[in-house]
Design a protein around this ligand. Structure first.
Ligand SMILES: C[S@@+](CC[C@H](N)C(=O)[O-])C[C@H]1O[C@@H](n2cnc3c(N)ncnc32)[C@H](O)[C@@H]1O
Length: 283
C-alpha cells in the first residue's frame, strides 16, 4: 500500500473532525435560530449528526458546511442542519403523573365549569413525532366520549421531518411501550409488516400538526392545556423567558401548563400559579 492510499484510508475512516471554533459556529446558529444551547461537551454528537450532510454534499470541513447551510438560497439545507441538531426523543404516555393529573384533575374541573357541547382545547407545543399529542387524544377521547363535549389538539414542532412522521402516525414497539393492549386494539391499525401500528383516522382527524418555532409568537384560540415537555431543558434563561411569555399569552385563565420532568419555571414572572412539580395554572 502506498502512503497516499494509507492516508486516504485513514481519513475516510475518521472523516473531517469538528474543531472547537467550528462547533462555536453551530452553537451560535442554534441559539440564534431555535433558542437552543449546545454544550461544548456535545462536540462528538454534533460532529456525528452533521457528518451525513457533509458527506451528502461532498464537503470536507464543518466550516464549509456552516457557510453553505447559511448562504442565501440554501434554506432547505439550513432546515436540515437545524433538524439534525434537535433531540426528538419521545414515546406514548411519557411521564405517568401528567396523564393521571390530566384525567384526575384537569378534565373533571374543566367539565364542571364548561357549558354543554364545549370544546377542550390543548396544544402540544414541542410534539416531536406525535406520540405526545396522540397520547393526549387517546386520554381525552376516553374521558370525553359520551359527555357531549369535544376536544381539539394543536401539535407543533420546529422540526418539519418529525411533523411529517407525526402526521403519518405510524409507530413501532419502542414508542408504543406504554400503550395498553385495549388502547392498541381501539385506536391503532396493525401494519402489514406486523411490527408497526398506525393511529386510526378518527384520532388523527382531531389533531392539527404544523411547524412552529416556539421563539416566535403564535396567534389563535386560548388553550385549556399546553404541554411544553422536555424542550425547555435545551434553552437558556433568555430563550426560556421568551418562550414562556409567548405561551402564557395563549392559555385561557385557569388553563394548565405542564413541563417535562426535569423542568421548572419562575411562575411569578409569567402569571402562573404553582400546582405541583412541573404543573402550573394560569392565574
Ligand atoms: C425531546 S423532544 C420532546 C417531545 C415531547 N414533548 C415529549 O416530552 O416527549 C423536544 C422537541 O422540541 C423541539 N424543539 C426544539 N427547539 C424548538 C423550538 N425552538 N421550537 C419548537 N420546537 C422545538 C425539537 O425539535 C424536539 O422535537
Amino acid at each position: 500500500m502506498t502512503t497516499t492510499a494509507i492516508q486516504r484510508t485513514t481519513s475516510d475512516a475518521t472523516g473531517p473532525q469538528l474543531k472547537s471554533d467550528e462547533l462555536r459556529l453551530f452553537q451560535e446558529l442554534m441559539y440564534r435560530k431555535a433558542g437552543i444551547r449546545i454544550a461544548d461537551a456535545k462536540i462528538n454528537l454534533v460532529q456525528g449528526r452533521l457528518r451525513r450532510r457533509l458527506d451528502a454534499l461532498g464537503l470536507t470541513s464543518y466550516r464549509a458546511y456552516h457557510d453553505y447551510a447559511t448562504a442565501p438560497g440554501h434554506e432547505a439545507e439550513f432546515q436540515m442542519c437545524l433538524e439534525s441538531l434537535t433531540t426528538n426523543e419521545t414515546f406514548f404516555f411519557r411521564h405517568k403523573e401528567h396523564w393521571d393529573f390530566l384525567l384526575g384533575t384537569i378534565v373533571p374541573a374543566w367539565r364542571k365549569a364548561a357549558a354543554r357541547g364545549a370544546t377542550f382545547r390543548a396544544w402540544s407545543a414541542a410534539c416531536s413525532s406525535g406520540e405526545e399529542p396522540y397520547s393526549l387524544a387517546i386520554a381525552l377521547d376516553a374521558a370525553l366520549t359520551g359527555s357531549g363535549c369535544a376536544f381539539r389538539i394543536d401539535a407543533t414542532d420546529i422540526n418539519t421531518q418529525v411533523i411529517g412522521r407525526a402526521r403519518a402516525g405510524i409507530y413501532g414497539a419502542y414508542a408504543l411501550q406504554k400503550i395498553t393492549p385495549a388502547a392498541l386494539a381501539r385506536y391503532f391499525t396493525a401494519q402489514a409488516d406486523g411490527q408497526r401500528h398506525q393511529v386510526c383516522d378518527a384520532l388523527r382527524a382531531r389533531i392539527d400538526f404544523r411547524a412552529h418555532n416556539l421563539l416566535e409568537r403564535a396567534t389563535g384560540p386560548a388553550y385549556d392545556l399546553i404541554l411544553l415537555r422536555n424542550v425547555l431543558i435545551y434553552f437558556d434563561g433568555d430563550s426560556k423567558g421568551a418562550v414562556l411569555t409567548n405561551l402564557a399569552g395563549r392559555l385561557a385563565a385557569g388553563g394548565h401548563l405542564i413541563l417535562g420532568g426535569a423542568e421548572t419555571l419562575s411562575e411569578k414572572a409569567h402569571g402562573f400559579a404553582y400546582v405541583q412539580p412541573t404543573i402550573f395554572r394560569k392565574r
